[in-house]
Design a protein around this ligand. Structure first.
Ligand code: ZN
Length: 431
């Protein structure tokens, strides 16, 4: 390292130490500007919902046709496609690879023959490794999407062949003693999503209830064992890399959300004696700020993004309200949404996984739950942030910019999805 650079780095380190010391020793109010420096999010510059603020944005429970967000679809689509010109075909995952872009194209045109052929090409089904199992990061994603696409292309035999391959991966998923984790991003809950996705999109549902039950039972066995061994005060607990994560991607809230979406496959005992008390246990972990820890025992209240923190809890509590009908879950979902509105314009960027477009989906979930225009308005404002995105909004550039979960595919997916807000769904997570 050159000496000039070293001096500069040391000066920055000294400044950081200075800032940390004074923020520890002096009142937060008089040093607000310094604290803002350390924040992971931009202060939300938008007025909150009022009929006046929503004028020109919302009309008849939808986007106003002349609004920025409604008008941006075409130009942003072309811009996004240019960014995706040089896709890396060595990664065919939904999360960072070509299958995520396949989902994006499928949202734009779900039935057109030519588009379906292009989507199939993007799945790169010859590239499967049969090592990873989840929808987002494993082979289960391309296989499940491929089965649906071939079905729509009337390639019945190929669709069945892909479903067979998906089912052939079930050994680890149904065996609670295998080393497959249970979390959503890489684990059993992610495999469960792939099965449910196929059944939701092909009629009649081709995957039998028995396999779905076996995967669910393995998730329950693992959760009950972990809870018993760790003497946790809730019936279900899960760990990933020796930590009890709680968020959507790696944690308990994501696993429970998947289970609740598979409600028709659950027994009354599982719903009321295992899941419900665990949801209540998670609710009690809420920080005084309204946010939630990323893992058990973690006091660092810093993440407000789909993968960690309150956004994931919006989906869990919203679905718990639909399943149990208890208004305390509605209140919890709304409170988690307030945190996202306040702290959700992230400096990390626009991504679906840990950025603003992912956070916007919380408001679409709450809009669908409550039918209140406030939540649609908030979703529109977060989408507007993504659409009018500039370098000033981004402190970190994404590792994989040509992807659905980390890159430009995410905000584009949101932008198209919000055009029909009553039916929008967080990609690869909400069925
Ligand atoms: Zn993330």
């Amino acid at each position: 390292m050159r000496s000039g650079t070293t001096v500069a780095v040391n000066a920055i380190k000294a400044l950081v130490l200075f800032v940390e010391n004074i923020t520890l020793n002096y009142s937060a109010d008089c040093l607000k500007f310094l604290v803002v420096e350390k924040m992971r999010y931009f202060n939300n510059p938008y007025d909150d919902f009022s009929p006046e603020a929503a004028e020109g944005l919302i009309s008849s429970n939808k986007l106003h046709p002349d609004s920025t967000v409604a008008c941006a679809v075409e130009s942003k689509w072309d811009w996004t496609m240019r960014k995706l010109d040089h896709l890396d075909f060595s990664d065919n995952s939904v999360y960072t690879g070509t299958s995520g872009i396949a989902l994006l194209k499928l949202l734009k045109d779900p039935n057109g023959e030519q588009n379906l052929k292009e989507v199939k090409h993007l799945l790169n089904l010859r590239k499967l490794k049969y090592k990873r199992y989840s929808f987002l990061c494993g082979d289960a994603g391309p296989l499940a999407i491929g089965a649906v696409v071939c079905h729509r292309l009337k390639e019945k035999q190929e669709s069945e062949k892909l479903i067979e391959k998906l089912l052939a991966m079930s050994d680890s998923a149904v065996n609670s003693k295998s080393d497959l984790p249970n979390e959503y991003l890489y684990g059993r809950a992610g495999y469960l999503y792939a099965l449910l996705y196929v059944n939701k999109n092909i009629h009649p549902p081709p995957i039998g209830n028995q396999l779905i039950r076996e995967v669910i039972e393995a998730i329950f066995v693992c959760g009950r064992t972990e809870s018993r061994l760790g003497k946790f005060k809730c019936p279900l607990m899960y760990q990933w890399h020796n930590k009890q994560y709680l968020g959507a991607a790696h944690g308990v809230s994501g696993i429970l959300y998947l289970l609740l979406q598979a409600k028709e496959h659950l027994s009354e005992t599982e719903l009321n004696n295992f899941i419900k008390p665990t949801v209540d246990y998670l609710a009690d972990l809420k920080y005084s700020s309204g946010n939630y820890p990323s893992s058990l025992g973690n006091d660092d209240d810093k993440y407000v993004q789909w993968c960690h923190g309150s956004p994931g809890f919006v989906y869990l509590f919203s679905t718990a309200y639909k399943v149990y009908g208890d208004s305390k879950y509605l209140d919890l979902a709304l409170q988690a949404g307030e945190v996202v509105w306040k702290r959700g314009l992230l400096k990390k960027g626009y991504s679906i996984c840990h950025g603003v477009s992912g956070n916007a989906y919380c408001f679409l979930e709450l809009f669908q739950l409550t039918q209140e225009m406030k939540h649609l308005y908030r979703a529109i404002k977060f989408t507007e942030w993504c659409v009018t995105y500039t370098r000033e909004h981004e402190e970190y550039s994404p590792d994989r910019p040509a992807s659905l979960f980390e890159g430009v595919g995410g905000p584009m997916y949101l932008l198209m999805d919000i055009q029909d807000p009553a039916n929008s769904k967080f990609p690869g997570y909400t069925l």
